[in-house]
Design a protein around this ligand. Structure first.
Ligand code: SAM
Length: 321
């Protein structure tokens, strides 16, 4: 079945190649040229287009992501669709597509890690949501959990991001007529500001139990800012606070910076903070988490069971030590 679906996907990509190329070019223009024009994040576009992919391939429902993708000027919904046609056909025939299928644990790769990363976050978010009063989505980008998965949860939600990206999102939420609910938006720069002060000024209560989500964020921060951010979470997370985050291998990010991901320099984004995961990824993760005064409650290492390859990232659920 896997062989057949893979074969059909390859054949369809050959047949639809002209449309796929047109779709890719339109989307690349939106992602890089338009993002740069607005001074907004292109890496956040990568993630919403992947969520759109998961939604269209019926792997993870996210109607808000689809509506937001249609309204954002730096996403081309139809460009994405042209690229997706072969995958949608295979998905409708076989029920799954290799790119979005859940990989075996430990055998994740750079091609498919967003599916298990998203699943880890959704699962732990829902497991802990009833026990917290506030949720802080840091470097929220075009995350739509506040308008879908978390809709109706009895929590106050804060979304933090750089000004340009957040303003673009807010305008697109309005254009898409997505109900914002009680979400509070705070413009921050984790590298250069005391973001916790701004958060408190915006109505955040440090005495309440809080869940912090950092998805695809620590790797864009300076090392000091990433560490300080984790320490701040301990200080203001309240009793029973939780943090869900991803951490990356430094050598993988160095090769990203000198390889294909150089394209993100166009929007002033580059990969910065990482850990040495080559020898013992769990230990490397535990050391950094504990140095910030946190305790790992769960670690899921990605990619360490691949042949001749080491771990490239880890998902973490942590709480106060
Ligand atoms: C890869 S995107 C992830 C977006 C979102 N978490 C998601 O999963 O959809 C990285 C996000 O981090 C934000 N970011 C990066 N560096 C930042 C900084 N120094 N201060 C505030 N936000 C930052 C970017 O603006 C962008 O929205």
């Amino acid at each position: 079945m896997k062989f057949l679906s893979g074969l059909l996907l390859t054949l369809l990509y050959i047949v639809f190649l002209p449309l796929v190329i047109i779709g890719t070019l339109i989307q690349a223009y939106a992602e890089f040229v338009v993002s740069r024009r607005y001074g907004a994040s292109a890496t956040a576009v990568e993630i919403i287009t992947y969520r759109l992919l998961l939604h269209e391939l019926r792997t993870r429902e996210d109607h808000a992501a689809k509506a937001l993708a249609k309204a954002l000027p730096n996403v081309s919904y139809w460009g994405c669709w042209l690229f997706l046609i072969p995958m949608i056909i295979v998905n409708r025939l076989f029920g799954t597509v290799p790119l979005v299928a859940m990989p075996e644990k430990g055998k994740e790769s750079l091609k498919n890690f967003i599916t298990p990363r998203t699943a880890f976050i959704d699962r732990h978010l829902m497991d802990h949501i009833a026990a917290v009063d506030q949720v802080v989505i840091m470097g929220a980008g075009y995350d739509t959990r506040a308008y879908g998965l978390l809709r109706g949860a009895d929590v106050t939600i804060f979304e933090l991001d750089e000004a340009n990206t957040q303003r673009l999102k807010l305008a697109a939420l309005d254009r898409a007529v997505i109900e914002r609910g009680d979400v509070t938006y705070v413009e921050v720069d984790f590298d250069h500001e005391s973001w916790d002060e701004k958060l408190v000024q915006s109505g955040f209560d440090p005495s309440k139990s809080t869940l912090f989500l950092l998805e695809g964020v620590t790797n864009y921060l300076e090392k000091d800012a990433a560490l300080e951010t984790l320490k701040t979470v301990v200080r203001i997370g309240g009793p029973g606070g939780r943090i869900i985050l991803d951490l990356y291998d430094q050598s993988m990010m160095d090769s990203f910076n000198s390889g294909a991901a150089r394209v993100f320099k166009y929007t002033n984004e580059s990969f910065k903070f990482g850990l040495n995961m080559a020898a013992d990824p769990e230990l490397a993760v535990a050391e950094i988490i504990e140095s910030a005064g946190l305790k790992c409650l769960q670690i899921q290492v990605f990619g360490h069971k691949r042949k001749n390859k080491s771990a490239f990232m880890a998902m973490v659920l942590a709480g106060p030590a």
